[in-house]
Ligand binder design. Structure first.
Ligand code: DC
Length: 223
């Protein structure tokens, strides 16, 4: 049987960086579920679908085939066969993903895909409802977070490094709005599972957070 690690937490807490590092140290497969919601969101944007129109949403979901491929351990997303890994990282897709992810039909489409991946291999899966809904029996659950000020600062530095123009206060506001939507939606809201380990990365490095997860995982696997 596979040993799975669920990592949930708000946007920008460092989940993907930390999960990737821990996956490498443990030899696990890293599964980024946010990328799946982003892939669906990209289709909705490209096809000008109003996701609040239930019929249009269901019709569109029927036309979407999501594929996942690993290249040197890096997850690539395929939308109806085309690699969209780069295109799903824009601000527009982030905003659309947060809106699309509240739809139960969208979450239902991704549930089996995520569970099947975890059945086959030892995975570290990150998202919002992995410990609470997708993998309730995960061997280790982590709730990874950081203050919104710190998350905004990291995002600001990242964008500046890429040479993009940005405003700290605006980024912080966007992060807080996204948190609110993710935490207050009816369908699978972001919340810490009762048996999850709380890990605040505001004052520790990604490496330190990954090491903590690795040692917790090793302890649990030995049990
Ligand atoms: O982690 P991310 O920023 O790539 O996620 C994109 C959006 O998808 C975000 O608004 C939250 C949502 N999401 C979700 O609802 N459930 C998940 N398991 C992963 C992401």
């Amino acid at each position: 049987m596979s040993f799975n690690i669920a990592i949930d937490g708000p946007a920008g807490a460092g989940k993907s960086t930390v999960a990737k590092m821990a996956a490498e140290k443990l030899g696990f497969v890293y599964v980024d579920t946010g990328a799946m919601y982003r892939t669906i969101a990209l289709y909705m944007l490209d096809s000008h679908i109003d996701v609040d129109d239930g019929k249009a949403l269901v019709d569109a979901l029927g036309k979407i085939e999501i594929g996942i491929r690993y290249e040197d351990g890096v997850q690539r997303m395929l939308l109806n066969g085309a690699d969209v890994s780069g295109r799903i990282r824009t601000k527009e897709v982030s905003a659309q993903a947060s809106v699309t992810a509240v739809k139960p039909q969208v979450r239902a489409k991704l549930l089996d895909l995520q569970r099947n991946l975890a059945k086959k291999e030892d995975v570290i899966m990150d998202g919002r409802d992995i410990g609470t809904r997708i993998l309730p029996d995960a061997g280790l659950k982590i709730f990874l977070t950081a203050s919104s000020a710190e998350r905004a600062r990291r995002r600001f530095d990242e964008l500046r490094e890429k040479g993009e123009k940005c405003d700290y206060e605006e980024i912080r506001k966007e992060i807080e709005e996204r948190d609110y939507r993710d935490m207050h939606r009816e369908e699978a809201p972001l919340k810490q599972a009762d048996d999850a380990v709380f890990l605040d990365t505001s004052d520790i490095s990604a490496e330190e957070a990954a090491d903590r997860i690795v040692s917790l995982a090793k302890e649990r696997m030995e049990r």
